[in-house]
Write a protein that binds this ligand. Structure first.
Ligand code: DX5
Ligand code: ZN
Length: 224
């Protein structure tokens, strides 16, 4: 099923509860939370205290995308704050299998993320234990960047691997997903669409979430 995960990175942080409620009314069903540490990526954002606050204002799953070094050290803090899904970067985890198991054991859904330069084939061994795979379609760190076209081939390859391996993990795409790119992303096989700027950048998250999801659903029908 196609779902929209509004990324609060581009929201107005002074009115976060209202912004989340608006994106939810517009059809968002997962709240994507970008956690950056200024080391793994050249930007700093938010952490468990903000997750704890958001937890009180929405029932939607909180999808925490950890763009941080040493993510294992923070898994329990995110669980305690009320995170539902936690994804870690392949590039930040020398013991990726262990990190994913830690997330599961803490009661959350584990996801793995790959940067644009990382091949999907490298994930084969961990695919059976993940709930979702997040394909970065920009270099992580900032909202509002341009979609990298070769990501489409990676989505297709991952969808093929999933079918060949008989697995059911979800394919999520993050970065530059907007009106002009969403059709291709959906047709390549993505089902969880992260969007920051396209939802929160235009001043009306409800309208813009609804419009983006509408375009995504139409493209899915064309693809079938
Ligand atoms: C970027 C983040 C994204 C970001 C996407 O590093 O992981 O989730 O919010 O923003 P847009 O949709 O504006 O490209
Ligand atoms: Zn993200």
């Amino acid at each position: 099923m196609l779902e929209l995960a509004p990324s609060i990175l581009s929201a107005d942080f002074a009115h976060l509860a209202d912004q989340i409620a608006a994106a939810e009314r517009g059809g968002g069903t997962i709240i994507h939370v970008d956690v950056m540490d200024g080391h793994f990526v050249p930007n700093i954002t938010i952490g468990p205290p903000v997750v704890r606050s958001i937890r009180k204002v929405t029932k939607l799953p909180l999808d925490c995308h950890l763009m941080i070094e040493n993510p294992n050290d923070y898994v329990q803090a995110f669980a305690d704050a009320g995170a539902d899904w936690v994804s870690v970067h392949y590039e930040a985890c020398p013991h990726l299998h262990r990190s994913l198991e830690m997330i599961s054991r803490a009661g959350m859904k584990p996801g793995v993320v790959i940067n644009p330069h990382t091949r999907v084939d490298l994930l084969a061994e961990v695919l059976p234990i993940v709930h979702h795979v997040l394909i970065m379609s920009v270099n992580p760190g900032f909202g509002g960047q341009e979609f990298i076209p070769f990501s489409l081939g990676k989505i297709r390859r991952l969808a093929n691997m999933r079918q060949e391996m008989g697995l059911t993990f979800k394919i999520e795409v993050d970065g530059g997903v907007a009106h002009d790119t969403v059709a291709q992303v959906v047709q390549a096989g993505a089902e969880l669409l992260v969007a920051g700027n396209a939802v929160f950048g235009g001043g009306d998250p409800e309208r813009d979430a609804r419009a983006l999801l509408g375009t995504a659903r139409k493209s899915a029908q064309v693809a079938v």
